[in-house]
Design a protein around this ligand. Structure first.
Ligand SMILES: Cc1cc2nc3c(=O)[nH]c(=O)nc-3n(C[C@H](O)[C@H](O)[C@H](O)COP(=O)(O)OP(=O)(O)OC[C@H]3O[C@@H](n4cnc5c(N)ncnc54)[C@H](O)[C@@H]3O)c2cc1C
Length: 396
């Protein structure tokens, strides 16, 4: 059978895949194909605002056809495996597509099995997540409807995309509860699996202060281990052992995992948890030299985020043609970002490299402190930058 073949095949038309395909075309690559099964594209960062009652799903959805760059060959299908030796991808519909270079960006998926009982819990009105479009509106219904009792917010640190933004629904809800006069009647527990609320020490401190202002009980190194949906209680794993907490509302930023076909295709390694085993600096696969990965599926040794892609996309777009002619490759320094609301008016940015060192986009003003202007930027301006610049490959 004669499989179609393309110079570059991009798997996944989310933030990473569309931005990269557009950037490759801008750089003169004549033949780029994209495999993406969904006909609707989501701007995921606004899901946190949907979950906090400050946006709707209509604000973050666009038909995929509108964001696929003109000139890209779109396969509206799903990759089921890759044969990196034959340089071919297999699609769910049975088709095979050959490549010169392959770029993997299918993102990551919620790992429901990591927390027994969680899937059952989010099927009830008392537990929810902002991490999936079908649950984000329900999160706000749950939080806005709470007028007394206990709200538990649990943030995992296992491959959660931009995990500090899991705090956005908490702060948006706490501010709402204060404005409606019920804050004192609600006990708020925040349990964070990692050691910090954000990857940058100063942002961690600011967020702890903001949480204290709402009377939130903050604990780090505490993981959600199990949920009893019928009994409305959670089992936590703390440094001192297991602990149980009842809840009236449970919000989760759940653990994520890589798509299974990545490891099934031999593209993960023992140490990569099933994620694509690339060199975190060049984003090139360590074994298969014509395979690349970026975005949430790649092992980049830093917190995955959309903001990180502003740095990753130009690196991969440069490195693919450079590697073909043996030219030096560019390096990604692990820059990442987390914009976190501290109220319904203010937001701070945690921008840092893979070692947690601050890496602000601008030196002044201090973006690591909550600001009104940053809230307006993140909620209203950044989505426009996404649709009109990032997805069009206008990043350098
Ligand atoms: C609730 C939430 C809030 C966030 N907030 C922020 C924020 O405020 N700031 C920030 O910087 N980042 C934020 N992020 C993180 C950011 O959205 C992600 O880091 C970014 O979307 C990653 O892009 P990606 O292309 O790797 O993955 P995705 O955007 O997840 O796209 C993956 C694409 O691959 C497709 N796909 C999956 N499997 C296959 C397959 N087998 N074959 C072909 N295609 C496939 C999917 O349909 C999807 O379109 C947030 C994420 C979430 C979920």
């Amino acid at each position: 059978m004669n499989a179609p073949r393309h110079r570059v095949v991009v798997v996944g038309g989310g933030n990473a895949g569309i931005s990269l395909a557009a950037k490759l075309l801008r750089g003169g690559c004549p033949d780029v194909a994209l495999v993406e099964p969904n006909h609707v594209h989501h701007y995921r960062p606004l899901l946190s605002y949907v979950a906090g009652g400050a946006a709707t799903l209509d604000d973050l959805r666009r038909p995929q056809i509108e964001v696929v760059p003109r000139g890209v060959h779109w396969y509206p299908d799903r990759v089921t495996s890759v044969d990196p030796v034959a340089s071919v991808v297999h699609l769910a519909g049975g088709e095979q597509v050959g490549y010169g270079d392959l770029v993997l960006c299918p993102g990551s998926q919620v790992d429901w099995d990591a927390v027994p009982g969680l899937r059952d819990a989010v099927a009830t009105p008392h537990a929810s997540t902002s991490y999936l479009p079908e649950h984000a509106p329900q999160t706000w219904q749950m939080l806005a409807g709470l007028t007394s009792g206990r709200a538990v917010f649990a943030i995992a640190d296992r491959h959660v995309p931009c995990s500090p933004v899991g705090l956005k629904p908490l702060f948006l809800a706490a501010d709402h509860w204060r404005a409606t006069g019920v804050l004192d009647a609600i006990t708020i527990d925040l349990v964070v699996e990692g050691s910090r609320l954000a990857g940058m020490a100063r942002a961690d401190q600011q967020l702890r202060e903001a949480a204290a202002g709402y009377g939130v009980h903050v604990r780090t190194r505490v993981a959600l281990e199990r949920v009893d949906a019928a009994g409305r209680s959670v089992q936590l794993r703390t440094p001192d052992g297991a602990e149980h907490l009842p809840y009236d509302a449970l919000y989760v930023a759940p653990p994520h995992r890589a798509p299974e076909w990545v490891a099934g295709s031999g593209l993960a390694s023992d140490g990569s948890d099933g994620f694509v085993d690339v060199d975190p600096r060049t984003l090139r696969h360590r074994t298969h030299r014509h395979v690349w990965a970026l975005g949430d599926v790649a092992t980049v040794d830093t917190s995955p985020s959309g903001g990180a892609l502003r740095k990753q996309v130009p690196v991969v777009a440069h490195n693919i043609p450079a590697a073909r002619v043996g030219a030096p490759l560019r390096h990604y320094d692990g820059y990442t970002i987390a914009p976190v609301t501290t109220s319904r008016r203010e937001l701070l940015l945690a921008e840092h490299d893979r070692d947690g060192h601050e890496e602000p986009t601008v030196p002044f003003p201090d973006l690591g402190r909550p600001r009104r202007s940053l809230y307006l930027f993140d909620r209203y301006l950044e989505p426009q930058v996404y649709w009109h610049r990032l997805l069009r490959g206008k990043v350098s």
